[in-house]
Design a protein. Sequence first.
Length: 376
Amino acid sequence: MKLGDWVALFCLAIALVILWQFRQILLLLFTSIVLAIALNSLVRWLQKFGLERGKAVMLALTLVVLFGILFFSLVMPPFLNQFEQLIQLVPIGYEQFIRWIDAYLDNPPGWMPEINLELPNVPQLARQVGPLAQNILGNFFTFFNSSIGILLQLLLIVVFTLMLLANPLSYRRVAVRLFPSFYRRRADEIFSLCEIALLQWMGGIAINSVFIATLSGIGLLLLGINFVLAHALLAGIFNLVPNIGPTASVIFPVSVALLDNPLKALAVIVLYIVIQNVESYWFSPMIMQKQVSLLPAATLVAQLFFARFLGLAGLVLALPLAVVTKTWIEEAILKDILDQWAGAEAVLEPAEIPPIPDISVSEEPPILPPDEPERE
């Protein structure tokens, strides 16, 4: 390598170290980008009816605010009431489960071998789970405690989202100009593919969550489980976090069912297993054929990685981060570098790229003139 290459590599390393120090701020910015992309899709849909972009933005924000007001005024009060009671019933249900297990082990059936099993009680379980939870949540709450507060962070996300939504092309041009001149047009294409992938993920996960919440509510209502609304909403919300979320959502209805009898708790577990299998193997492939496909192992690795380095916020945003990372790896590394390697044969067939939607209804000049290199 030449001296200039070593200098460039050293500057890149310094830049990565600086970005790492501001990783939580960048995570808030990424959250704003995801929200801006979702709102921008609504703005584009409204522009199809002949509205100017400014009016479409105002109408989209008005619709979102009205929906939020209706949701928090009609759904959240009963949900919070039921959730508060659930938090109190979870340790009671666990203690009831321990008593049933102890009674069963004291008088086991004749065919059952002798088992020396001692389950921890609630305080012991809390001491065992505490370090793990602190490790996952530590970075997240440390960031918020060292700042002015959660409201300030939410306000920052809202401000970032509105700025990006007001003029997305300007911010996109700034991001594209961070790349070398010969790669800027290609980087702009990859940004468009990332936007498409995020929209597909958001649409797919929203439909999945509504489906899971509806089936969970109907099933729990038929089983006679209390606090159906809280259980259904938690199942839909936890579905936003694959692998870990569905497993965590079953804790609350099982704890409530344990207060009656263990057979009802077993029925709840079977119900949630059936719902997850129906969603995974029938509903999701049928409804979301164009949804971004991530291997289950890759999804789990992404969740563990981002949760370890970014805390709870990284765990929640692990899937959109994985979607963007997957797109850049496929396009920038596999297609533009490895598939173009001299003397190497292409192993993977090129993937079919969906059409890139228009960024805005209004015509704007391209980032670079066609077939003309940028002048320094």
